[in-house]
Design a binder for this molecule. Sequence first.
Ligand SMILES: [Zn+2]
Length: 582
Amino acid sequence: MKELPLYRNKTFNRKKILIMFLAVFFMIMFLIGRLVYLMVFCSEYYGGKAQNLHERERDIKAARGRIIDATGTVLATNKSVCTISVIHSQIKEPEKVIAALVKELGISEEEARKRVEKNSSIERVKTNVDKEVGDAIRAYGLDGIKVDEDYKRYYPYDTIASRVLGFTGADNQGILGLEVKYDSYMQGTSGKILTLTDARGVEIENAGENRLEPVNGNDLIISMDINIQKYCEQAAQKAYDKKSADGVSLIVMNPQNGELLAMVNYPEFNLNDPFTLIPQLEPEEGTTLSEEEKQNLLNQMWRNRCISDTYEPGSTFKIITATAALEEHVVALTDNFFCPGYKMVEDRRIRCAKVQGHGAETFETGIMNSCNPVFIELGERLGVDNFYKYFKQFGLTQKTQIDLPGEAATIMHKKENVGPVELATVSFGQSFQITPIQLVTTVSSIINGGKRITPHFGVEIRDFDGNLVETLRYETQEGICSEETSETMQYLLQRVVDDGGGKNAKIEGYAIGGKTATSQTLPRSEHRYISSFLGFAPADDPQVLVLAIIDNPKGTYYGGMIAAPVVKEVMENILPYLGLDK
Ligand SMILES: [Zn+2]
């Protein structure tokens, strides 16, 4: 072998290095070029691939917290359901898969074939499938069908307190009522199933699943009592049928702390089928609704009239006028009045409900008679400034802050627009509007010794095992009126039931306080009425307060005649039930 001279060797090495360098250089250039090509021209393709890998991370829904009433009865819970999906790349016998889907899920063959033949990594066929159906599909043992267990919200009592409890959407999120308000407590955290897949996105068999377990939501404990709620629904239904009314609302509250024991808006709707209109709202046969019309009717059906609708309260509002007058010391129980059947205010003749007049009466008999001229007089004695001062002091200018979404505010005249006529009509409960929950809350605060309370259903948050997580607290405001005025109002309102306009609510042996009202909806030419009665017991130490509102009753429409008996019926059931003995 010829030995190469040293210098040649050097040159050769230099050349070799150069060639090597160029080779590496071009290789790098090629790789950069390829990378740019991949990034710029093929990004969509690879991006899709990467996403397919991610889609193999399946969510495991967390069990939503339950809603449980004061008696421990579960009012909202979860039902095990299944989600059925197909994975195209794993299907070995497509015709058998299609046949199974058609048979078990009741879908068309065309629909099943579309899903099965779609070349996606996982295709959802149907959600909210009963567990038995899911089990049946699993029993076929066919490759490429996935049966995932899931939860669906379930309301064991269907229609009970529908607008209060509310319902959830497919994504486990509250849509209405307490389900919205306490969503963050009840929702929980979903878990994940991570499945191993190869580069083509095909699941690797026997690799096992990597599970991140979900965290269940917490339970909401509410003050509602299902037995009281049922008594109220029965009473509301009876009045609804008897009076061919448009609706009947009932609220039962503990006036000492604002705990709501019942809230009825009859007719209720089925929480397990919230997108189907109740018969009362269904259009006439042969009419088809547009999407928008249907949604408007659904919104109307879901509306909680006790908190979202305002109305002219009428004579129940005289409780507030009387309280303000007593608090301002512009009237005493023995003050004398005279009612000729009307009262002149400026050039207007404002009538009393009793056209022939109540004649001579004291303040005490004036409230028992619900005499408009007496309250017009009280309004005049108070004056606009004082009236508005007490309005604010009693809490009427603010929302009640009830723990339900959708509360409406009071609609009141601007103070600067109130002349003598407006002041007169406001004094006996006309020409302005409040919500039923506002009336109940304000009257409760007056008769409980003068403590403004916050109406609420939520009491506690507990975990699934029943351990206390949080006690819910609500604002109270002391001294909205004096204890003396509060006691006087208890006495006066008991007189109304014992010997005045509220005697149809009287129950032998019980001390009940209350006030009737008959109001008109606008326009007055339609002669549409709202009859109501607000009652509480025991009159001298109120533990329970009931408001009944009958919307558009046919025939007799006086609150004392038709709403007072509804409250009486409710009280006859709940006073013994609550252990409020005679
Ligand atoms: Zn009168």
